[in-house]
Design a binder for this molecule. Structure first.
Ligand code: APR
Length: 233
């Protein structure tokens, strides 16, 4: 078993690609046919809430189709966490629930969760698996037309940052999986971990924007490289 005592794993869209969910930057700059600035900014939501809600309603419906399920990479991470005797923290940029479906426990979904809605009136967050409609009422304050997807849009503060920063300070191994490493602050986590003395590893289909800066790197499909890496750890 490994000598590492405190592991932080960061995942991005690549870990869920083989589950049938499109990544963000592998499709000509479009996410499910849309420009990111048209669907993933507070300005887009303010300008055209119905359009943005419809986009996320479709993403939520897609996530809930039976063919979209966790894959061997999600499973390997959850199994490793269960058997690991040290501290294991999973930070994900993904808004799908596939890590949770696989059984990951200590998880920070820093960009929000598709299966949750947030009330802009009372700021409460609740589980949400249906479409969010103009007439949908907040389960907490009852306010109508106040629900938005519980998604961190560009220009908004990611979630769980203090817990993530604490884990990055303590970690002795940092593993980046399936992310292009272009969106901050997540793109800077490997460097923070490195400055704190951690070994850094990249597992991705191809070298990311910071690929050359990792101590070690293994390239290939997440369903192969992730189980291989954690089996040998
Ligand atoms: N296995 C491993 N890696 C893969 C696979 C696969 N099967 N398929 C694609 N990849 C890699 C790509 O090579 C790419 O480097 O996954 C990465 C996905 O990068 P992005 O599409 O940029 O996704 P991500 O890094 O998660 O995006 C970060 O940007 O749009 C915002 O908020 C959104 O959370 C998202 C953030």
């Amino acid at each position: 078993m490994t000598d590492y005592k405190n592991i932080v794993v960061l995942t991005g869209a690549g870990v869920s690609a083989e589950s049938g969910l499109q990544t963000f930057r592998d499709n000509g700059g479009l996410w499910e046919g849309q420009r990111v600035e048209d669907v993933a900014t507070p300005e887009a939501f303010a300008a055209n809430p119905a359009f943005v809600q419809k986009f996320y309603n479709l993403r939520r419906q897609q996530l809930l189709t039976p063919s979209v399920t966790r894959n061997a990479a999600h499973d390997a991470l959850a199994a490793f966490e269960q058997s690991f005797l040290g501290e294991f923290t999973l930070v994900t940029q993904n808004v799908d629930n596939l890590h949770q479906q696989a059984g990951s426990k200590n998880i920070f979904p820093m960009h929000g969760e598709l299966l949750k809605a947030r009330c802009v009136s009372c700021d409460s967050v609740c589980e949400w698996s249906d479409d969010i409609l103009a007439e949908s009422a907040c389960g907490h304050c009852g306010c109508r037309a106040s629900l938005r997807p519980h998604i961190v849009w560009f220009g908004e503060m990611p979630l769980y940052m203090s817990g993530i920063e604490e884990a990055l300070e303590r970690c002795d191994l940092f593993v980046s999986i399936g992310t292009s490493s272009v969106v901050y602050p997540a793109a800077g986590f490997a460097q923070v971990a490195h400055y704190n003395g951690a070994t850094t590893v990249e597992l991705n289909l191809e070298p990311s924007a910071h690929g050359s800066k990792f101590d070690k790197a293994y390239y290939g499909l997440a369903t192969q490289v992730v189980p291989n890496f954690f089996a040998k750890l």
